[in-house]
Design a protein around this ligand. Sequence first.
Ligand code: APR
Length: 244
Amino acid sequence: MSPDLLNDARSRLASARAVTVLTGVGISADSGVPTFRGTDGLWRNYRAEDLATPEAFKRDPRLVWEWYSWRRELIATKQPNDAHRAIASVESRVNDFWLITQNVDGLHRAAGSRKLSEIHGNIWMVRCTGCGTMTENYQVPLPLLPYCGQCGELLRPHIVWFGESLQEEDLTRCANQLQACDVLLVIGTSGVVYPAAGFAAIAKEAGACVIEVNLDPTPQSDLADIALRGRAKELVPLLLQAGE
Ligand code: APR
């Protein structure tokens, strides 16, 4: 990758008044979290699209909970990496900053990020299918099946599954930040799952410079003003430390 590209991206970020960051599981891959669409993402030969749906949960809640329990155990052993930390440290430096993550692993929060929307939910939150009560739950392994302490109904992961809508509040916040940002930094997402797959186009349309960091080309790469190929944990600190 040319040093000019990296320097260009650094100076765009350093001079930006408003920065929005969009992350996918590629940023957590550097902490050892399996990606969804890589070969490491399969569990017992199921794809995420086979398990992360309301239909799958209705048909076989035990199977879906087993999968989440396996993921929770795996994620519990992982730590945020330098890319998560660089993003957390930039939020106090940039005037108007927002992080949009599709990741449910909680590693951005663990790194200290507070200005963020976890648009697909959080694997450490559970929600009652009966009374809707939401609670933090860090128990690993979980009992199969877990039930609500309030009403006794089945709990489900507080995750936005395929076929479900994002929270209205998150959608509004994301739309505002995408419209307002000078730079959108897109890190480690394959860019195929909507609505997040459309976020780069929205920001670009509103005049933002789009910078992509990914190991491989994605459907968003052509749209990006600057596409950087490499590992998130190496490139993101270089990009965001520009002003320090
Ligand atoms: N550094 C940068 N990019 C990486 C790295 C790395 N170390 N490792 C992998 N990547 C890139 C891959 O090239 C790929 O483009 O991260 C991307 C991961 O893509 P996916 O596995 O499809 O994950 P993501 O884009 O986060 O998925 C979106 O789909 O399954 C649903 O709800 C789930 O939030 C998830 C959504």
